[in-house]
Structures are given as structure tokens and as C-alpha cells.
Write a protein that binds this ligand. Structure first.
Ligand SMILES: [Zn+2]
Length: 463
């Protein structure tokens, strides 16, 4: 079964075929570290985590790169306000990024390149664009000549004439055409020297878009398989990345452009001015990261996702239902060492993810499987124990694939497992005194032992 991916470039679903056999190159635009990570970031990075996990499951070797825009107007402005250096400010919020995003079980990227570490490569890239007449330097700034790139607008489906009517030249800019955008910005008098570099056009720093073209090309090659980000990056950021990269290399920059939908709060756009701006730190004070992750994957990544307390509470309740099922399975199951044979549920789950990473459909399969397990338990209530090995195995596989951590109560620590094994041995040896002693030790640690008919036992956390 092939994987279908919605490609923003073609505006339709396409079969995913990487350029290089089983190797997949993937670049996702990272954060500008000048403030705490918020729900919009969480949605983007969970989306691309799901995509990466599914591709890896399908047998691809994914190389995943995500940058930090550690030089930017907003970073400079805020660092001046706080009286710290831009680098200190960026470092602080890069730390916050990892602290919060790690809690959501997002796998780490293979590399996190930063602008400040790539200045010579950025200058060389811009020099090449000037040489090819796609860019020009004026008063220490360098601009990209948009009209020189004939396919400009192909990603965002805008045409040059429409853009012409809205483009303007801001104060302090020296563009020859309002459509042109900055590749390099001349240093301003009050800017810290820490974010100013010597270059052939005087002192200055890179504009925003150029870094992604340079880092993607240098780390992954001229043409990559997947480039991703939030829908708000389609224009102008990704449109500009295409123009710079394809003008530079003469090759297609990205084969599959993937964009996740917006997050709204009570159906309104999330913004600081509306006072409905939620950082992950705030949200985690009320909801566990497991619940937030569950909520984030509860809808397909392309649809708008509306956040509200009611929806988070509903997600928490639904997840609790899954946790309860797992607990009941642990209580009732007769552990079996036979290989677990995978069923149609897992097939349907994979098919949902193959279809443009549809986590919403995949979760529907999780719920059907959960109901089937509970039905099996109800049907055999009088017997007391039932073979739920397949259901348990598949539920755990599915949760892992969606990056939903296991409920704390079902994770039994290793030392408890060891006590359990010793006790099983004591029972086989008919050493009832030792067996009883071990049961007490396990109980003192907050776990309950249940013996099954076939001589084995399970331990579960007491509530
Ligand atoms: Zn980018």
C-alpha cells in the first residue's frame, strides 16, 4: 500500500515516492526563539513528528532537519528591552522549546542548524544569486529580484499582477521593485555587534528567508523530498525559499510541500492582542502533555484545530477511557507467550495513516479496537480471565505510533517486575512463605499482584 501525501505545490494528494529509494530528506521550519512556544508550534511539530514516525514505520530512513532562526528583528528588539544579548535571549527560548516540545513526545531532529552558525554559507549563497542577476545590493542591503524568477507564486497560487497591487516599500528599504524581498540587511546604528557580520556589502545580517534555502541545500542537497511548516508559512516564506533556491541551483527545491492547518481558540485566531494566546507552559499547568498530544492528533493535520477547555476536557476523558481499557486488559488478560497475530484493526490503522497521515481516522480504529476488547471482557465476565494479548499488543503499538505515551499506571518499574519474577519462581518452588513475603514487598511499593490460572501473575498499580 502506498502512502498518499497532500502536496501544497500541486494542491492535491499524490503518491509519495522519495528521490532516493528508501532515504527521505525532510526539512521543517523551526521557531524564532524570542518567546515561549505556543499551541501553534505544538501543532506543527507534532504533525511532522507523526509524518516522520509513519515514514519510518513504512521502512524509510528519514533525515529530519529543523532550524532555529536565532537572528531576527524580534530577537534584537526584545534583547534590547531586557538588557541581555540577542544570543542569551535566543539561548533561553531554545531551552524553552526543548523543555516543552520534548514533553509532547516529539522525536528530536537529526540536526538543529542555526543562522548564526551558517553566516559564511549564507553570504556565499547570496553572492551566487547576485552573480546570476537574481539579486542586487543597494546601500548595504541585498534584495531578491522577484520578477527575475518566472515561476514566482507557484506554491501560494498568486500571480505577480495581484501581488503588485499590495506590495510596498517600507521606510528604510531601498528596493528597486516593491515585490523584491531582503536577502541581507545592512546593520543599523543601535544593533548589537553580536548580530552583525562583515560581508562584501558592508556590515549586516541575513534576512529571514535565505537561511532555510541555505541550510536545507547544504545539509540535505539541492532537491529534497519534504519541506514542511504551518500554513501561515506558505506565503511569503516558502514562496521566497523556492525562488532563492531554484534560482541558485536551477533544480526543483522541494518535491512535497506539506503544511498543517491553523489553531484557533474558541473559534478565534490565537493572538496576543486578543488575550487568547496560550503557551505550552500555561496549558501544561492544567492538562498533561499526554492529553495535549491526544488532542493535537485528534484531527487531521490539514483541518483547522479549535482549542477550548471543553475540547481539552473531552480529550482527557476519552484518553482516560483508553487508559481504563488498558488497565482492565492487564487485570483480566491471561498472558500468553504465543506470537500475537496482527488483525484487521492494525491494517485499518496503517491504511488511515497511509492516507495523508490521517490521525483522526487512525484514532477511530483505536476506539473500535478498545470497544472490541471491552466486549470480549464483558462476554467472559464469569470466567474471570480472558486472552486479550492481541488487543493489548495492538493498542500499545497504535498509541506508540501516534506518540501518545502510555498511562503512568500501566508502566511497571523494573524492580517491581523483578520482584514479580522472583515470586513466580517461589510459587513454582511451592515456597509459600517467600511468595507471601514478596507479595507484601510489592504491595508496599503500591502495586497489587494478581495470580492467573496458568501459574503466572500480573502486577498493576493500586489506585
Ligand atoms: Zn523556513
Amino acid at each position: 500500500m502506498s502512502i498518499q501525501v497532500h502536496n501544497t505545490l500541486s494542491a492535491k494528494k499524490e503518491e509519495f515516492v522519495p528521490l532516493d529509494g528508501k532515504n527521505v530528506s525532510m526539512y521543517v521550519c523551526g521557531v524564532t526563539p524570542y518567546d515561549e512556544v505556543h499551541l501553534g508550534h505544538a501543532r506543527a511539530y507534532v504533525t511532522f513528528d507523526i509524518i516522520r514516525r509513519h515514514l519510518e514505520h513504512a521502512g524509510y530512513r528519514v533525515r529530519y532537519i529543523q532550524n532555529f532562526t536565532d537572528v531576527d528583528d524580534k530577537i534584537i528588539k526584545r534583547s534590547l528591552e531586557r538588557g541581555i544579548s540577542p544570543r542569551q535571549l535566543a539561548e533561553q527560548y531554545i531551552g524553552d522549546y526543548f523543555t516543552q516540545i520534548d514533553k509532547l513526545s516529539v522525536k528530536r531532529a537529526d540536526a538543529y542548524p542555526r543562522v548564526t552558525e551558517n553566516i559564511p554559507a549564507i553570504i556565499a549563497f547570496i553572492e551566487e544569486l547576485i552573480k546570476k542577476k537574481y539579486a542586487y545590493a543597494v546601500n548595504g542591503d541585498v534584495y531578491f529580484r522577484v520578477k527575475a524568477f518566472k515561476e514566482y507564486g507557484k506554491l501560494s497560487k498568486r500571480n505577480i499582477d495581484d501581488l503588485n497591487t499590495v506590495a510596498r516599500v517600507e521606510a528604510g528599504e531601498h528596493k528597486k521593485d516593491p515585490l523584491d524581498f531582503a536577502l541581507w540587511k545592512a546593520a543599523k546604528p543601535n544593533e548589537p555587534t553580536e548580530v552583525t557580520w562583515d560581508c562584501p556589502w558592508g556590515k549586516g545580517r541575513p534576512g529571514w528567508h535565505i537561511e532555510c534555502s541555505v541550510m536545507s541545500t547544504n545539509l540535505l542537497g539541492s532537491t529534497i523530498d519534504i519541506h514542511g511548516g504551518g500554513q501561515d508559512l506558505v506565503f511569503p516564506h516558502h514562496e521566497n525559499e523556492i525562488a532563492q533556491s531554484e534560482a541558485h541551483t536551477g533544480k526543483q527545491f522541494v518535491r512535497y510541500w506539506i503544511h498543517n492547518g491553523f489553531v484557533t481558540i474558541n473559534r478565534e485566531k490565537m493572538s496576543k492582542s486578543l488575550g487568547n494566546f496560550f503557551t505550552l507552559r500555561d496549558i501544561f499547568e492544567q492538562y498533561s502533555p499526554r492529553v495535549v498530544r491526544y488532542f493535537l492528533v485528534s484531527q487531521h493535520y490539514r483541518t483547522p484545530l479549535d482549542f477550548s477547555d471543553e475540547k481539552l476536557q473531552a480529550a482527557a476523558a476519552t484518553l482516560e477511557g483508553i487508559d481504563t481499557t488498558l488497565r482492565i486488559i492487564d487485570e483480566k488478560n491471561i498472558p500468553d507467550t504465543k506470537d500475537v497475530r496482527h488483525t484487521d484493526y492494525l491494517v485499518a490503522f496503517n491504511a488511515a495513516l497511509d492516507d495523508d497521515f490521517n490521525t483522526e481516522k487512525a484514532l477511530a480504529v483505536v476506539h473500535s479496537l478498545k470497544s472490541a476488547a471491552m466486549a470480549k471482557v464483558s462476554a467472559q465476565k464469569s470466567v474471570g480471565a480472558v486472552d486479550l494479548n492481541t488487543e493489548k499488543s495492538e493498542l500499545l503499538i497504535m498509541l506508540d505510533r501516534l506518540g501518545i505515551a502510555l498511562p503512568p499506571s500501566t508502566v511497571v518499574p523494573e524492580d517491581i517486575q523483578a520482584l514479580k519474577a522472583q515470586r513466580e519462581q517461589a510459587r513454582r518452588d511451592k515456597n509459600w512463605g517467600l511468595s507471601d513475603e514478596l507479595r507484601k514487598q510489592i504491595a508496599a511499593r503500591g502495586y497489587k499482584v494478581e495470580d492467573t490460572a496458568n501459574g503466572t501473575s500480573t502486577v498493576i498499580k493500586k489506585n
